[in-house]
Ligand binder design. Sequence first.
Ligand code: AHR
Length: 723
Amino acid sequence: MLKLRKKAYMQLPGNEINIPFFFQRCWLIFIRTSVRCPVRAVSAGPARMPLLICRHIINNGKEQSNMKRITISVLFAMTACSWIHAQHTLTVKVNEPKASIQPTMWGIFFEDINLGADGGLYAELVKNRSFEFSKPMMGWTVLGKPLTEGDFTVLNRLQQNSANPRFLRVTLHNNTKGSIGLNNEGFRGMGIKKDLRYDFSVLYRQTAANVKMYVELVNEKGEHIGGGAVATSFSGAEWRKQTLSFNATAAAMKAKMNIWFEGDGVIDLDMVSLFPEDTWKKRPGGMRADMVQLLADMKPGFIRFPGGCIVEGFDLSQRYQWKKTIGPVEERQLIVNRWNFEFPHRAAPDYFQSFGLGFFEYFQLAEDIGAEPLPILNCGMACQFNSAELVPLDQLDPYVQDALDLVEFANGDADSKWGKIRAAMGHPAPFHLKLMGVGNENWGPQYLERLKIFTKAIKAKYPDVKLVNSSGTDPNGARFDYLNTELRSMNADIIDEHYYRKPEWFFSNAKRYDNYPRTGSKIFGGEYAAQSDKTVSVDNKNCWLTALSEAAFMTGLERNADVVSMASYAPLFAHIDGWQWTPDLIWVNNLQSYGTPDYYVQKLYSLNKGTQVVPITLNNEVVAGQDSLYAAACIDAKTNELIVKLVNASAKEQTNTISLEGVKKLAAQASLTVLQSDNLYSINSFDQPQKVAPKESAMAVKGKKINLVAAPYSFSVFRVKMM
Ligand code: AHR
């Protein structure tokens, strides 16, 4: 029997470890002790096992040296947790609501990082469509042999068009079709779907209509998979937009686009573009539908945009300026993406912001998916990890004006200055902006000085707009303490806290907000993600352990919904061939996308948000790590349901009796959704996108005591109607 138990233990995550003989001996001694004294063994266990597992994951590959740091007590605790089948009674006081859960509680954080926008959510397939990258021909290759030097030239009309100064001039000398052309490589190739319609467009001009253009898509082998002739019959000094639509004859993950020229003369080209027909809501020039669908499926309470550090920029010239991201796309001024060069080990020299996805589109996206828009604005500070440039206080006005104008753009009448632009873009009705962030992850007295100026001006004109303020980069330490104290004394509406920490931090911080002040500033967990290795490490994985630790931590956010009004995981998207930062909630390639285990945790919380927190206790204490259990409970007043969320972070199955007080009767059938894996290292992938995914079942309910068996390493959501 001892042998069997030892075998079971060795199959637990972490047990690929080659346990030194000394520890094995301790383990055996412990087994003998614990058999005689199981109670003591259990009490040694609470919350310790996750720590051990995390430590192993974090040092994966260095098990031998890691073992030196494993203490006997943790080993004992782990052993105890692994085979004592515990039985608990969790009491839920259904008629004692403790706090209202804000509709904004669970949301999403969007930033153009990891090819999140260009090359990702923004469905444009042509890279550097307007030749505005620092290297104007990046992404483009000349095909064939131009006859003379200068047959392909980049012209710059900065004086006439400062937003989109460059265009390409092609000169032909009686060229036959196929003799010269251009190739665009797309963003890590172009994802093409068989039989789908593709919409090509270009701005062109030519003094005489002598040049013909042909577009073709080619697959990885260079085979033709669609295209056609572009009508270029207009001549004159004006720019004309010409379109061509065609169906792809085959699929390709990494196709490219060729443009072939024929004739004699000169043609100027700009805004060379290709979009799939199947964008979100079939909007021309729109977003990738599969990616938006994953967001819509979460029913998020809010969407924060456009970041993230991208708000701040490397220096102030590269900050995000919303006014340059609206109106016709050819008038939106491209700038470099700060993630282009932030991490030399993950450099993306072709990463720029075309702003095809701009503030109008973000507001529209928010509306589409039923999320409150939360724009974050630059507060006159460039990223403090980079240049840390500051706008002098006496020159802050334009920045503050941008904030005031944004409220008018979102909410103003269609005849107001900025509301008119919104209406002209197709949205006369307001977007109902209620939240705005001033500064991203800024810190120090310089931040507070600027924040005060913004706050005074915004509150004077728009007192109902709630402002999100930064508490810096970390959830603790001197910077945080300083800002937290100061912001509270300023009566900040909402304080944005960021936690990129190891899973063990998430497990052990499930009570973080239990002792926060109940009045005054609300908390926005604005960016968080468990790091299986360490922050900004390329080895971080979105594995089941990270997700489980977030689920455990989030029970504490929900329990403290009177303090925490919003939370969002970050970053949101990553392209498998173009990421800079990991972990990320959703991974994509050119054609597919999948949610990580962390995504499913976020989704389950959001879909089971509830309206009021109700107490759930174990031995009269909140359930936050005892025997590796974490729990939160709420009711949904709209549907009259009770929702219990339960995390079992141990390797053992745990039987829990949920004892309900303050309820007359329950429906005979409840629903149970379980996210579970026996392997804490499990990840989802393009091949196995649902390896860790929720499974739903119906559960019979009798009386007011519910038997909830929590599988090892599981996150369960139980929902029942109250009669
Ligand atoms: O989410 C990635 C980055 O982490 C964000 O841009 C920044 O706000 C934080 O440091």
